[in-house]
Write a protein that binds this ligand. Sequence first.
Ligand code: TXA
Ligand code: MG
Length: 504
Amino acid sequence: MVTTIVTIRGDESDEAKITQAGEMLKEGKLVAFPTETVYGLGANALDAEAASKIYSAKGRPSDNPLIVHIADWDALGLIVSEIPTKARMLAEKFWPGPLTMIFPKSERVPYEITGGLDTVAVRMPGNETALRLIRAGGGYIAAPSANTSGRPSTTTAQHVKDDLDGKIDMIVDGGEVPIGLESTIVDLSGENPVILRPGYITQEMLEEVIGKVQMDEALIKEDSNIVPKAPGMKYRHYAPKADLLVVEGKQEDVVAKINELVREKADHGLTAGVICTEETEPYYEAEIVRVIGSREDEASIARNLFAILREFDDLDADGIYSESFESPGLGQAIMNRLLKAAGHQVLKVGRGGISKYSRLLFVSSGNTSVGPMAEGIARKKLEGRAVEILSRGLVVLFPEPVNQKAEAVMIRNGIRLDGHMSRRLAREDMGDGCLVLTIDKKQKEEIKKVYPEQSSVFTLEEYARSQPLSSPYGGELADYGRCFEQLEQMIDKVIRRMEWEGRL
Ligand code: TXA
Ligand code: MG
């Protein structure tokens, strides 16, 4: 079979091409076309014979159902037997767009399309060429992603050609797609809405419209006994030819580990490639380094993922190491694809308990009494150890020396706080290797609020797992004395815990 390629140029010549492609679909032929997510391989959804050609062209298992694409809201009624209210609300908000919904099917939909299920997946794509083609092709186009089954989905017409040339009738080339990951699939046919496949429309965005939405359990847990609700999600997918390993952890640990792994491979005469971001690229020493996008722009990572996985098949890499791309919005969708491509091979490096604290920081309110006392005690107990000890205050208007009673108690116990002047906490005082211990809860809450990125923040009482500290503030010298003793015990416990957890 000869595969005709037509290019959409955004001018009048498009009309004839779309009409031609539409005619082909009506005749039961296969036409690949762009959507906003990935390229789809289209066939007339109401023609069982046409649709079944999709399975042979892709080499797709026949129990894996297809998504029916429509271009107009009114088209939905013919193929579904019921439209739940929540589906209507989601359609109003997100259609045309990267959202697929599962409905109970009507008799018009052949079982060949649904893999024998009584439900049908429907989507109205947010791409002008796709919408025009669907209308020209009769209004109901079944379209899985236009790739050979098991390979990464296609985001350019060239990718489609690479996989399906000679196996399909036409490719409509509409350039590179904007999103790059397949649509979010939501099942509304049961009691509670469930996400069967994460995508560009996130759980949060859905919940804003219809309230609680669950994630299919099989997507969250790595337990292979749980079968995903979308039949297609159970297959090994997107896999590049070379072995892919995802390395997870703090950025610098990941870079160091990947460089080490690449060197190891090289020692054995093997070439390993790296998938990284703009931010980390300069730190890699490997021969083949591919930048997937920027961490500042998660959409760029989504858009390039499949193209990069495909590119690796043309490079002669024996193995691929990839960074991990968790992020607030698209992270779930990206990681779902990447982990599948890696066959869930993940290496976790530098996870909690392994990296050591380089700084212990006590934060009090004014940094003139309990804070500096804690600092002085810890400094003495940790002398000669590789950890820096500091204290800071949250309410410091100008530098002040230590409270006289506090200083007297410290001197009596052989610890000098000479030259201590109160200082206000600044972001630079903290960071990844810093353990922040606050004198009371208020300061912990304040730090959590102002510096949400700071991970290790505890109250002293909490970290030491001890009784609350009684404040000597405004009290007698004896009260400061008791506070000193209590602090000593708490700091002993703090040190024991740091050692136990391997962080000192
Ligand atoms: O973005 C997309 O959704 C792209 C473009 C072309 O629209 N299409 C796409 O289709 O990704 P495909 O066939 O690669 O993925 C369809 C997924 C499969 O995981 C399939 O199992 C699931 O949808 N699915 C289809 N019908 C279903 C049904 N009735 N119940 C549950 N899952 C269904
Ligand atoms: Mg697919």
